[in-house]
Design a protein around this ligand. Structure first.
Ligand code: ATP
Ligand code: LTN
Length: 338
């Protein structure tokens, strides 16, 4: 294969910090992972090292990493087309993170808004939470990544990854590709159904604000029907004045494979009841099969672990080459063979 027809490299990660991914994860990021496995050499990672930057229960974390991998397969990742793995199986990630941490300014890391938000919510803030984005940069740079499909909230972390790649290359000579974020505008930030000015998140204070991929159809319908709208009765897109309805329109357009303009026309003169009822069915239909397939993958743990081990092996082949380069550049001895 020549350089000209080599597929671009893609990388993305997701934390195993809940029992189920949510609609924000799905529409903001995960849905894009599926077609990218055809157009790029894609590495997808369940980032369990990142997950311990906040309090965690070891057994729960272990199980959630498996359930996360099962959901990713259920929503369409194909282990023959992409490499799916768990971060803790590839020790090159924290090894490169150490080097990159020594290139990161203290003030630079302190400006990360996710750190500020998360540390404000914690009783105890760790150094791990502070250096979280440095580990994320290591994840990305190890694979000579060109494309990183993520939601809008990751833009700042991606900028840091780019800055670190350029800085390292300038100091030590060309070592890393400079990655680019792939963010889909329409679904870049899915909002909470109960508080549509906030992003949908697993830490939502209102249990009805967040739709999980593994929710039962009845729960999904209830959540959509109780979504906050406004006192008008007009299905119209206006993020400033009608954030709740606009968010529902974005979700509907994305899952129903239509456009906001078409939906506005279709629901002209109809109330929110009809609109929400139809949207609930669209959501149930789109994410319902994911639950069934997740259960199937979880029923065969040995096969799931085999897929992850194969993914980790492929990941190590690429990651170890980049790490060896970086080690040499900074003046380290090569890692000893086991
Ligand atoms: P949470 O805010 O729910 O704790 P997180 O940002 O820690 O989630 P991750 O599981 O690490 O969630 O995120 C995985 C992917 O989902 C990332 O690419 C992130 O940008 C995207 N994402 C998370 N929430 C949303 C959202 N509300 N809208 C769009 N994309 C989202
Ligand atoms: N911080 C990301 C998860 C993540 C990630 C990555 C995303 C860890 N490493 C590398 C893209 C590329 C989040 O979504 N909260």
């Amino acid at each position: 294969m020549t350089t000209a027809d080599r597929k671009p490299r893609a990388f993305s990660g997701i934390q195993p910090t809940s029992d189920s991914f949510h609609l924000g994860n799905y529409l903001g990021a995960l849905r894009q992972w599926v077609p990218i496995q055809d157009t790029a050499d894609a590495f997808y990672c369940v980032v369990d090292l990142h997950a311990i930057t906040v309090d965690h229960e070891p057994k729960v974390l272990h199980e959630r990493s498996r359930v996360s991998a099962a959901q990713l397969l259920a929503l369409g990742l194909d282990p023959e087309k992409c490499s799916l793995f768990v971060q803790s199986q590839v020790p090159e990630h924290p090894m490169l993170a150490w080097i990159l941490g020594c290139e990161t300014g203290f003030g630079e890391a302190g400006r990360m808004t996710q750190f500020k938000d998360k540390s404000a919510k914690q009783e105890r803030t760790t150094v791990g939470l502070f250096t979280y984005p440095v580990l994320q940069a290591a994840d990305i740079l190890l694979y000579q990544t060109e494309q990183v499909p993520v939601g809008e909230d990751q833009r700042q972390h991606l900028e840091l990854s780019r800055d670190l790649a350029v800085r390292f290359n300038t100091t030590y000579g060309s070592t890393f590709k400079v990655p680019e974020a792939r963010i889909v505008k329409e679904t870049a930030t899915i909002k909470d159904l109960s508080e549509p000015e906030k992003k949908m998140s697993k830490s939502s204070p209102s249990p009805r604000g967040c739709v999980y991929l593994l929710d039962e159809p009845g729960q999904i319908r209830k959540k959509i029907k109780s979504a906050v709208t406004d006192s008008e009765a007009e299905v119209r897109y206006d993020v400033e004045r009608k954030p709740g309805v606009s968010n529902l329109l974005n979700i509907y357009a994305a899952l129903g494979d239509t456009t906001v303009a078409k939906l506005e026309a279709e629901y002209a003169g109809k109330g929110y009841g009809d609109f929400k009822g139809d949207l609930a069915e669209v959501v149930v239909e789109a994410i319902g099969p994911i639950t069934r397939r997740t259960k199937e993958y979880l029923a065969d743990r040995a096969e799931l672990d085999r897929i992850l081990a194969q993914g980790a092996e492929r990941a190590r082949q690429v990651a170890s080459r980049t790490l060896a380069k970086a080690y040499k550049k900074v003046g380290f001895f090569p890692p000893a063979a086991l």
